[in-house]
Design a protein around this ligand. Structure first.
Ligand code: ADP
Length: 335
């Protein structure tokens, strides 16, 4: 749905060049939720705003839905932007307009529907985001989560193919974040919409995204399916994001284990393997003993995973490792 072919962006400020995005290759498949994570200043917003051409690329080629949009003129850009909805961290609602009027605005601007058709579409959109009873309210009368739902309804008004989310849950509390992410996942499923979201929180990526790209200093430093990147991060920036989201500090943990005897391993279980009674079986069959040093079971989007750090002593270690491998459990020897 979206292809970056060496697209780059340099801002020129007071005679100085600021390279915000180095030449980047990126493919966002149709119908996926694609996450971009990075610290402040990494270039996420620049990348996102290049997609709907709120930013002009300094070079490279940008293809949207098979069409080269790099050299689009003003009229073509207007039509492109009707196909790309966007939601924002601070919602960007018009405070003097009702909820219904905020959602109707893009339809009125597009000028393609009659007033009655607009009313019907607005009612349908508000029902979809769970705000059917709030049409006549003003933004100030809504909670943060409700405001973002209005933002989502407005973004969907022109039936876009792509939805861009700019830190859409960063101003919300954890529970509201979860419900807004759930709504985005539902919209992705039901409408087949391609979603690109930027965030600085790995948890947001873990809950809704299919794929993730990690950005650092204007470059994508790592990308792939969320489960692969999250469970086996390679780049130092990715590792930090994962540690942050797990509330662990890798180095500290290793120090804590200094006095623990035996071989220290980390096992990663995915999918159904997460719930299999494997540890007991392997211990009985191979005579190894183990103590659990750290562990967690959680979900990546719809699929469960578990990660356990064990100290293993005694028995036939090689046989135990072979049994884990045969059960499709990823094993990493930490010491
Ligand atoms: P992020 O969204 O990851 O915080 P941005 O894309 O906003 O990163 O910024 C990337 C770099 O580009 C930063 O160094 C930022 O200061 C710079 N930048 C972003 N927008 C502009 C602009 N409109 N003018 C000049 N510099 C900008």
């Amino acid at each position: 749905m979206i292809e970056f072919h060496d697209v780059h962006k340099t801002y020129r400020v007071a005679g100085r060049d600021i390279p915000a995005l180095h030449p980047t290759r990126l493919e966002v498949p149709r119908g996926q939720v694609f996450g971009i994570i990075g610290h402040s200043g990494a270039g996420k917003s620049t990348l996102l705003r290049l997609i709907n051409r709120l930013e002009q690329p300094s070079g490279g080629k940008l293809i949207i839905d098979g069409e080269d949009v790099t050299a689009f003129n003003a009229g073509q850009l207007r039509r492109l932007r009707q196909q790309i909805g966007m939601i924002f961290q601070h919602f960007n609602l018009l405070s003097s307009r009702t909820v219904a009027d905020n959602v109707a605005l893009p339809l009125r601007l597009a000028g393609e529907l009659q007033a009655r058709e607009i009313d019907a579409r607005v009612a349908e959109l508000l029902a979809r985001v769970g705000l059917a009873d709030h049409a006549r309210k003003y933004p100030a009368q809504l909670s943060g989560g409700q405001k973002q739902r209005v933002g989502i309804a407005r973004a969907l008004a022109t039936q876009p193919k792509i939805l861009l989310c700019d830190e859409a849950t960063s101003a919300l509390d954890p529970q509201t974040t979860a419900s807004v992410l759930q709504l985005l996942a539902q919209i992705n499923r039901e409408l087949g919409l391609t979603i690109v979201l930027i965030t600085h929180e790995m948890d947001v990526i873990r809950r809704v995204c299919d794929q993730v790209a990690v950005m650092d200093a204007g470059r994508i430093v790592e990308q792939g399916p969320v489960a692969d990147v999250f469970l086996h991060p390679q780049h130092i920036t990715t590792k930090r994001f994962v540690q942050e989201s797990e509330h662990t500090d890798g180095d500290e943990q290793h120090d804590d284990f200094a006095h623990v005897p035996g071989r220290i391993v980390r096992l990663t279980f995915r999918g159904e393997a997460t719930y299999a009674p494997l540890l007991g079986t392997v211990a009985r069959e191979t005579g190894v003993d183990y103590s659990i040093l750290a562990g967690r079971i959680d979900r990546i989007k719809d699929s469960p995973y578990g990660q356990l750090t064990l100290a293993i002593t005694g028995g036939d270690l090689d046989a135990a490792f072979a049994r884990f491998a045969a059960a499709d459990v990823h094993l990493e020897v930490l010491r």
